[in-house]
Design a protein around this ligand. Structure first.
Ligand SMILES: Cc1ncc(COP(=O)(O)O)c(C=O)c1O
Length: 388
Protein backbone atom coordinates (compact mmCIF):
# COMPACT_ATOMS: atom_id res chain seq x y z
CA UNK A 1 0.00 0.00 0.00
CA UNK A 2 1.26 3.44 -0.89
CA UNK A 3 1.43 6.29 1.66
CA UNK A 4 -0.90 8.13 -0.75
CA UNK A 5 -3.62 5.49 -0.32
CA UNK A 6 -4.22 6.59 3.27
CA UNK A 7 -7.46 8.53 3.65
CA UNK A 8 -6.98 11.49 5.99
CA UNK A 9 -10.09 13.17 7.35
CA UNK A 10 -9.63 16.80 6.37
CA UNK A 11 -13.04 17.91 7.62
CA UNK A 12 -12.90 20.49 10.43
CA UNK A 13 -9.35 21.53 9.53
CA UNK A 14 -10.57 24.71 7.80
CA UNK A 15 -9.64 23.11 4.49
CA UNK A 16 -11.07 25.17 1.61
CA UNK A 17 -11.41 21.99 -0.43
CA UNK A 18 -13.40 20.10 2.22
CA UNK A 19 -14.81 22.54 4.74
CA UNK A 20 -16.36 24.95 2.26
CA UNK A 21 -18.43 22.24 0.57
CA UNK A 22 -21.36 22.67 2.92
CA UNK A 23 -21.20 26.47 3.02
CA UNK A 24 -20.98 26.68 -0.77
CA UNK A 25 -23.48 23.97 -1.75
CA UNK A 26 -25.61 23.61 1.39
CA UNK A 27 -25.29 19.84 1.28
CA UNK A 28 -23.55 17.15 3.31
CA UNK A 29 -21.92 14.07 1.80
CA UNK A 30 -20.26 15.75 -1.14
CA UNK A 31 -16.89 14.56 -2.44
CA UNK A 32 -14.49 17.32 -3.50
CA UNK A 33 -12.54 17.16 -6.77
CA UNK A 34 -12.21 20.93 -7.06
CA UNK A 35 -9.61 23.29 -5.39
CA UNK A 36 -6.08 22.38 -6.57
CA UNK A 37 -4.54 20.87 -3.48
CA UNK A 38 -3.91 17.22 -2.70
CA UNK A 39 -5.47 15.02 0.00
CA UNK A 40 -2.01 13.71 0.88
CA UNK A 41 0.26 14.42 3.84
CA UNK A 42 3.39 16.38 3.01
CA UNK A 43 6.72 14.58 3.06
CA UNK A 44 7.93 13.67 6.57
CA UNK A 45 11.09 15.75 5.97
CA UNK A 46 8.97 18.89 5.66
CA UNK A 47 6.91 18.09 8.74
CA UNK A 48 10.10 17.44 10.69
CA UNK A 49 11.65 20.75 9.66
CA UNK A 50 8.49 22.62 10.66
CA UNK A 51 8.23 20.70 13.95
CA UNK A 52 11.84 21.50 14.83
CA UNK A 53 11.10 25.17 14.36
CA UNK A 54 7.86 24.95 16.37
CA UNK A 55 9.65 23.18 19.23
CA UNK A 56 12.13 25.99 19.79
CA UNK A 57 9.15 28.18 20.66
CA UNK A 58 10.16 31.64 19.44
CA UNK A 59 8.67 32.85 16.16
CA UNK A 60 10.24 36.24 15.58
CA UNK A 61 11.33 38.08 12.42
CA UNK A 62 13.45 35.84 10.22
CA UNK A 63 16.30 36.40 7.78
CA UNK A 64 16.20 34.55 4.48
CA UNK A 65 19.12 32.13 4.90
CA UNK A 66 21.67 31.42 2.17
CA UNK A 67 20.83 27.75 2.63
CA UNK A 68 17.36 28.45 1.19
CA UNK A 69 18.81 30.22 -1.85
CA UNK A 70 21.14 27.24 -2.32
CA UNK A 71 18.26 24.78 -2.08
CA UNK A 72 16.27 26.65 -4.73
CA UNK A 73 19.27 27.06 -7.05
CA UNK A 74 20.20 23.38 -6.76
CA UNK A 75 16.63 22.19 -7.33
CA UNK A 76 16.10 24.32 -10.43
CA UNK A 77 19.44 23.24 -11.85
CA UNK A 78 19.08 19.52 -11.14
CA UNK A 79 15.41 19.15 -11.99
CA UNK A 80 15.06 21.67 -14.80
CA UNK A 81 18.56 22.57 -16.08
CA UNK A 82 17.71 26.12 -15.13
CA UNK A 83 20.66 28.19 -13.89
CA UNK A 84 19.96 30.81 -11.26
CA UNK A 85 22.05 32.99 -8.98
CA UNK A 86 21.06 34.39 -5.61
CA UNK A 87 20.55 37.84 -7.17
CA UNK A 88 17.95 36.44 -9.58
CA UNK A 89 15.65 35.31 -6.75
CA UNK A 90 13.00 37.41 -5.03
CA UNK A 91 10.44 36.06 -2.58
CA UNK A 92 6.73 36.71 -2.36
CA UNK A 93 3.81 35.36 -0.30
CA UNK A 94 2.33 33.65 -3.35
CA UNK A 95 2.44 33.23 -7.09
CA UNK A 96 -0.78 35.19 -7.59
CA UNK A 97 0.41 38.06 -5.37
CA UNK A 98 3.63 38.02 -7.45
CA UNK A 99 1.59 38.49 -10.61
CA UNK A 100 -0.01 41.58 -9.09
CA UNK A 101 3.37 43.00 -8.05
CA UNK A 102 4.82 42.43 -11.52
CA UNK A 103 1.83 43.98 -13.27
CA UNK A 104 1.97 47.01 -10.98
CA UNK A 105 5.72 47.39 -11.42
CA UNK A 106 6.01 46.94 -15.17
CA UNK A 107 2.75 48.12 -16.74
CA UNK A 108 0.36 51.07 -16.41
CA UNK A 109 -3.40 51.21 -15.85
CA UNK A 110 -5.16 50.81 -19.17
CA UNK A 111 -2.32 48.78 -20.75
CA UNK A 112 -3.37 45.70 -22.69
CA UNK A 113 -2.36 42.38 -21.10
CA UNK A 114 -2.81 39.08 -22.92
CA UNK A 115 -3.70 35.63 -21.56
CA UNK A 116 -5.02 32.40 -23.04
CA UNK A 117 -8.63 31.25 -22.83
CA UNK A 118 -9.11 28.98 -20.99
CA UNK A 119 -6.53 29.52 -18.26
CA UNK A 120 -6.16 29.57 -14.46
CA UNK A 121 -8.87 32.09 -13.55
CA UNK A 122 -6.92 34.43 -11.21
CA UNK A 123 -4.98 35.61 -14.31
CA UNK A 124 -8.18 37.39 -15.33
CA UNK A 125 -8.72 38.74 -11.82
CA UNK A 126 -5.24 40.23 -11.44
CA UNK A 127 -5.52 42.01 -14.80
CA UNK A 128 -8.96 43.39 -14.07
CA UNK A 129 -8.24 44.26 -10.42
CA UNK A 130 -5.23 46.34 -11.48
CA UNK A 131 -7.37 48.11 -14.11
CA UNK A 132 -5.43 46.80 -17.07
CA UNK A 133 -7.17 45.77 -20.30
CA UNK A 134 -7.86 42.04 -20.57
CA UNK A 135 -7.07 40.57 -24.00
CA UNK A 136 -7.80 36.89 -24.65
CA UNK A 137 -6.44 34.45 -27.19
CA UNK A 138 -8.27 31.13 -27.48
CA UNK A 139 -6.30 27.95 -27.20
CA UNK A 140 -7.03 25.52 -30.02
CA UNK A 141 -7.86 21.90 -29.27
CA UNK A 142 -6.04 19.44 -31.53
CA UNK A 143 -5.87 15.71 -30.91
CA UNK A 144 -7.16 16.22 -27.37
CA UNK A 145 -4.41 18.71 -26.50
CA UNK A 146 -4.41 22.48 -26.26
CA UNK A 147 -2.23 24.35 -28.77
CA UNK A 148 -1.43 28.05 -28.89
CA UNK A 149 -2.90 29.99 -31.81
CA UNK A 150 0.18 32.05 -32.66
CA UNK A 151 -1.51 33.90 -35.54
CA UNK A 152 -4.35 34.98 -33.29
CA UNK A 153 -1.91 36.00 -30.56
CA UNK A 154 0.11 38.12 -32.98
CA UNK A 155 -2.97 39.78 -34.40
CA UNK A 156 -4.17 40.71 -30.89
CA UNK A 157 -0.71 41.84 -29.79
CA UNK A 158 -0.53 44.26 -32.73
CA UNK A 159 -4.15 45.40 -32.59
CA UNK A 160 -4.17 46.15 -28.85
CA UNK A 161 -0.47 47.03 -28.43
CA UNK A 162 -0.16 44.34 -25.79
CA UNK A 163 2.49 45.10 -23.14
CA UNK A 164 2.59 41.83 -21.21
CA UNK A 165 1.59 38.19 -21.65
CA UNK A 166 1.00 35.77 -18.78
CA UNK A 167 1.89 32.21 -19.72
CA UNK A 168 0.73 29.20 -17.71
CA UNK A 169 3.60 26.72 -18.10
CA UNK A 170 2.52 23.86 -17.63
CA UNK A 171 -1.05 24.84 -18.38
CA UNK A 172 -3.85 24.78 -15.84
CA UNK A 173 -6.57 23.57 -16.56
CA UNK A 174 -5.46 21.71 -19.72
CA UNK A 175 -2.36 19.97 -18.32
CA UNK A 176 -0.31 20.90 -21.40
CA UNK A 177 3.45 20.84 -20.90
CA UNK A 178 4.57 23.28 -23.57
CA UNK A 179 7.43 22.00 -25.74
CA UNK A 180 10.67 23.88 -26.32
CA UNK A 181 9.57 24.54 -29.91
CA UNK A 182 6.30 26.10 -28.77
CA UNK A 183 8.08 28.21 -26.16
CA UNK A 184 10.68 29.27 -28.73
CA UNK A 185 7.99 30.46 -31.12
CA UNK A 186 6.14 32.20 -28.32
CA UNK A 187 9.31 33.94 -27.15
CA UNK A 188 10.21 35.10 -30.64
CA UNK A 189 6.73 36.50 -31.07
CA UNK A 190 6.86 38.40 -27.79
CA UNK A 191 10.37 39.65 -28.43
CA UNK A 192 9.42 40.89 -31.90
CA UNK A 193 6.58 42.98 -30.48
CA UNK A 194 8.32 43.96 -27.21
CA UNK A 195 5.86 42.09 -25.03
CA UNK A 196 7.04 41.19 -21.54
CA UNK A 197 6.38 37.59 -20.53
CA UNK A 198 5.46 36.31 -17.08
CA UNK A 199 5.84 32.54 -17.04
CA UNK A 200 3.83 30.96 -14.20
CA UNK A 201 5.72 27.72 -13.60
CA UNK A 202 4.08 26.58 -10.37
CA UNK A 203 3.23 23.17 -11.93
CA UNK A 204 6.81 22.66 -13.19
CA UNK A 205 7.53 19.53 -11.14
CA UNK A 206 4.23 17.75 -11.77
CA UNK A 207 5.06 16.43 -15.23
CA UNK A 208 4.75 12.88 -16.55
CA UNK A 209 7.20 11.12 -18.84
CA UNK A 210 7.87 11.32 -21.73
CA UNK A 211 6.93 14.99 -21.45
CA UNK A 212 9.58 17.34 -20.12
CA UNK A 213 9.12 20.72 -18.60
CA UNK A 214 11.26 23.63 -19.79
CA UNK A 215 11.39 26.95 -18.07
CA UNK A 216 10.69 29.80 -20.49
CA UNK A 217 14.01 31.33 -19.46
CA UNK A 218 15.99 28.28 -20.63
CA UNK A 219 14.78 28.40 -24.22
CA UNK A 220 17.14 31.07 -25.57
CA UNK A 221 19.76 33.18 -23.81
CA UNK A 222 18.02 36.47 -24.58
CA UNK A 223 14.58 35.37 -23.31
CA UNK A 224 15.71 36.30 -19.81
CA UNK A 225 15.84 39.96 -20.90
CA UNK A 226 12.08 40.29 -21.31
CA UNK A 227 10.69 37.61 -19.02
CA UNK A 228 10.04 36.82 -15.38
CA UNK A 229 9.36 33.38 -13.94
CA UNK A 230 7.08 32.88 -10.95
CA UNK A 231 6.96 29.58 -9.13
CA UNK A 232 6.73 27.91 -5.74
CA UNK A 233 7.28 24.63 -3.94
CA UNK A 234 3.73 24.79 -2.64
CA UNK A 235 1.97 23.02 -5.53
CA UNK A 236 4.54 20.24 -5.91
CA UNK A 237 4.77 19.48 -2.20
CA UNK A 238 1.17 20.24 -1.15
CA UNK A 239 1.98 23.28 0.97
CA UNK A 240 -0.55 25.73 -0.45
CA UNK A 241 -1.62 27.07 2.95
CA UNK A 242 1.94 27.94 3.85
CA UNK A 243 2.04 30.79 1.31
CA UNK A 244 5.52 31.26 -0.06
CA UNK A 245 6.74 31.68 -3.60
CA UNK A 246 9.67 32.85 -5.69
CA UNK A 247 10.09 35.33 -8.52
CA UNK A 248 13.04 34.64 -10.83
CA UNK A 249 14.13 37.81 -12.60
CA UNK A 250 17.47 38.04 -14.37
CA UNK A 251 17.14 41.43 -16.05
CA UNK A 252 18.42 43.96 -13.44
CA UNK A 253 16.22 46.75 -14.81
CA UNK A 254 13.08 44.67 -14.32
CA UNK A 255 14.32 43.44 -10.94
CA UNK A 256 14.89 46.99 -9.64
CA UNK A 257 11.34 47.93 -10.56
CA UNK A 258 9.91 44.85 -8.84
CA UNK A 259 11.94 45.43 -5.70
CA UNK A 260 10.80 49.04 -5.59
CA UNK A 261 7.13 47.98 -5.61
CA UNK A 262 7.80 45.26 -3.04
CA UNK A 263 9.40 47.89 -0.82
CA UNK A 264 6.47 50.31 -1.24
CA UNK A 265 4.01 47.53 -0.38
CA UNK A 266 6.18 46.20 2.47
CA UNK A 267 6.00 42.79 0.82
CA UNK A 268 9.56 41.55 0.91
CA UNK A 269 9.32 39.82 4.30
CA UNK A 270 8.23 36.22 4.07
CA UNK A 271 6.46 33.89 6.47
CA UNK A 272 9.06 31.78 8.25
CA UNK A 273 7.07 28.55 7.90
CA UNK A 274 7.17 29.02 4.14
CA UNK A 275 10.93 29.51 4.13
CA UNK A 276 11.51 26.40 6.23
CA UNK A 277 9.10 24.19 4.30
CA UNK A 278 10.48 25.28 0.93
CA UNK A 279 14.06 24.55 1.94
CA UNK A 280 13.19 21.12 3.34
CA UNK A 281 11.10 20.32 0.27
CA UNK A 282 13.86 21.11 -2.20
CA UNK A 283 16.65 19.53 -0.17
CA UNK A 284 14.88 16.38 0.95
CA UNK A 285 11.67 15.98 -1.05
CA UNK A 286 12.85 14.34 -4.28
CA UNK A 287 12.10 10.76 -3.25
CA UNK A 288 8.64 11.71 -1.99
CA UNK A 289 7.98 13.55 -5.26
CA UNK A 290 9.05 10.57 -7.37
CA UNK A 291 6.60 8.37 -5.48
CA UNK A 292 3.89 11.02 -5.78
CA UNK A 293 4.33 11.27 -9.55
CA UNK A 294 3.87 7.52 -9.97
CA UNK A 295 0.72 7.66 -7.83
CA UNK A 296 -0.71 10.65 -9.68
CA UNK A 297 0.03 9.11 -13.07
CA UNK A 298 -1.75 5.90 -12.01
CA UNK A 299 -4.72 7.91 -10.75
CA UNK A 300 -4.93 9.85 -14.00
CA UNK A 301 -4.64 6.68 -16.12
CA UNK A 302 -7.28 5.01 -13.99
CA UNK A 303 -9.68 7.96 -14.21
CA UNK A 304 -9.24 8.30 -17.97
CA UNK A 305 -9.72 4.57 -18.59
CA UNK A 306 -12.75 4.49 -16.31
CA UNK A 307 -14.41 7.48 -18.00
CA UNK A 308 -13.63 6.15 -21.47
CA UNK A 309 -15.28 2.85 -20.65
CA UNK A 310 -18.21 4.07 -18.55
CA UNK A 311 -19.00 7.50 -19.96
CA UNK A 312 -17.76 7.57 -23.54
CA UNK A 313 -19.72 10.74 -24.26
CA UNK A 314 -17.24 12.73 -22.16
CA UNK A 315 -14.23 13.90 -24.17
CA UNK A 316 -11.08 13.66 -22.09
CA UNK A 317 -8.02 15.90 -22.25
CA UNK A 318 -5.42 13.68 -20.64
CA UNK A 319 -2.87 15.86 -18.84
CA UNK A 320 0.85 15.77 -19.70
CA UNK A 321 1.42 17.46 -16.35
CA UNK A 322 -0.56 18.61 -13.25
CA UNK A 323 -3.09 16.37 -11.53
CA UNK A 324 -6.05 18.02 -13.22
CA UNK A 325 -8.17 16.51 -15.97
CA UNK A 326 -10.14 18.72 -18.37
CA UNK A 327 -13.38 17.03 -19.31
CA UNK A 328 -15.72 18.06 -22.13
CA UNK A 329 -19.39 17.35 -21.38
CA UNK A 330 -20.73 19.14 -24.46
CA UNK A 331 -22.29 15.95 -25.86
CA UNK A 332 -24.74 16.06 -22.95
CA UNK A 333 -25.92 19.45 -24.19
CA UNK A 334 -26.47 20.84 -20.70
CA UNK A 335 -26.11 24.55 -19.89
CA UNK A 336 -23.23 25.19 -17.45
CA UNK A 337 -25.46 25.67 -14.42
CA UNK A 338 -27.44 22.53 -15.13
CA UNK A 339 -24.23 20.54 -15.59
CA UNK A 340 -22.91 21.69 -12.22
CA UNK A 341 -26.27 21.05 -10.55
CA UNK A 342 -26.32 17.50 -11.91
CA UNK A 343 -22.79 16.86 -10.64
CA UNK A 344 -23.46 18.30 -7.20
CA UNK A 345 -27.09 17.38 -6.57
CA UNK A 346 -27.29 14.04 -8.37
CA UNK A 347 -23.73 12.67 -8.33
CA UNK A 348 -22.60 14.35 -5.10
CA UNK A 349 -19.24 15.41 -6.53
CA UNK A 350 -17.85 18.94 -6.62
CA UNK A 351 -15.53 20.00 -9.43
CA UNK A 352 -14.47 23.33 -10.91
CA UNK A 353 -16.82 24.52 -13.65
CA UNK A 354 -14.90 24.93 -16.90
CA UNK A 355 -16.59 28.24 -17.55
CA UNK A 356 -14.70 29.76 -14.60
CA UNK A 357 -11.48 29.42 -16.66
CA UNK A 358 -12.86 31.41 -19.60
CA UNK A 359 -15.58 31.26 -22.21
CA UNK A 360 -13.85 28.33 -23.96
CA UNK A 361 -14.55 26.33 -20.80
CA UNK A 362 -18.29 26.21 -21.30
CA UNK A 363 -19.72 22.70 -20.82
CA UNK A 364 -16.37 21.52 -19.44
CA UNK A 365 -15.20 20.70 -15.93
CA UNK A 366 -11.78 20.53 -14.25
CA UNK A 367 -11.43 17.38 -12.19
CA UNK A 368 -8.70 17.11 -9.50
CA UNK A 369 -7.37 13.54 -9.21
CA UNK A 370 -4.92 14.17 -6.34
CA UNK A 371 -6.59 12.04 -3.70
CA UNK A 372 -6.37 8.47 -2.41
CA UNK A 373 -7.48 6.01 -5.09
CA UNK A 374 -10.49 4.85 -3.05
CA UNK A 375 -11.95 8.38 -3.03
CA UNK A 376 -11.27 8.76 -6.73
CA UNK A 377 -13.07 5.49 -7.48
CA UNK A 378 -16.03 6.52 -5.31
CA UNK A 379 -16.34 9.87 -7.09
CA UNK A 380 -16.04 8.40 -10.57
CA UNK A 381 -18.61 5.73 -9.81
CA UNK A 382 -21.04 8.38 -8.58
CA UNK A 383 -20.51 10.30 -11.82
CA UNK A 384 -21.01 7.15 -13.88
CA UNK A 385 -24.31 6.35 -12.14
CA UNK A 386 -25.59 9.86 -12.80
CA UNK A 387 -24.45 10.40 -16.36
CA UNK A 388 -24.75 6.93 -17.82
C1 LIG B 1 -1.14 28.25 -12.49
C2 LIG B 1 -1.28 28.58 -11.03
N1 LIG B 1 -0.67 29.68 -10.54
C3 LIG B 1 -0.77 29.99 -9.24
C4 LIG B 1 -1.49 29.22 -8.35
C5 LIG B 1 -1.62 29.62 -6.90
O1 LIG B 1 -0.43 30.10 -6.42
P1 LIG B 1 -0.37 30.81 -4.98
O2 LIG B 1 -1.22 30.01 -4.05
O3 LIG B 1 1.08 30.76 -4.65
O4 LIG B 1 -0.87 32.20 -5.17
C6 LIG B 1 -2.13 28.06 -8.83
C7 LIG B 1 -2.93 27.23 -7.93
O5 LIG B 1 -3.62 26.34 -8.31
C8 LIG B 1 -2.01 27.73 -10.20
O6 LIG B 1 -2.61 26.65 -10.71
Amino acid sequence: MSQFDVIHNRLNTNSVKWDSLVSTYGKEDLLPFWVADMDFQASPAISKALNDYIKQGIYGYTLIPDSLYDAIITWQKKQHHYELTKEDILFSPGVVPSLVTIIQALTNPGDALLIHDPVYHPFTDVIQNTERQLILSNLIEEESLFKMDFDDMEEKIIKHQVKLFILCNPHNPGGRVWTREELQRLGELCQKHQVLVISDEIHQDLVFEPNTFSSFQTIAPNFKDFSIVVTSATKTFNLAGIKNSMIFVKNPLLRDKLQAIQAINYQAEINTFGLIATEAAYNEGKEWLDELLVYLKNNIDFACDFLKAQLPQIKIMKPQGTYLIWLDFSDYNLPDEALMAKLVDDAGVVVNPGISFGSKGTQHIRFNTACPRALLVEGLEKMALTFR
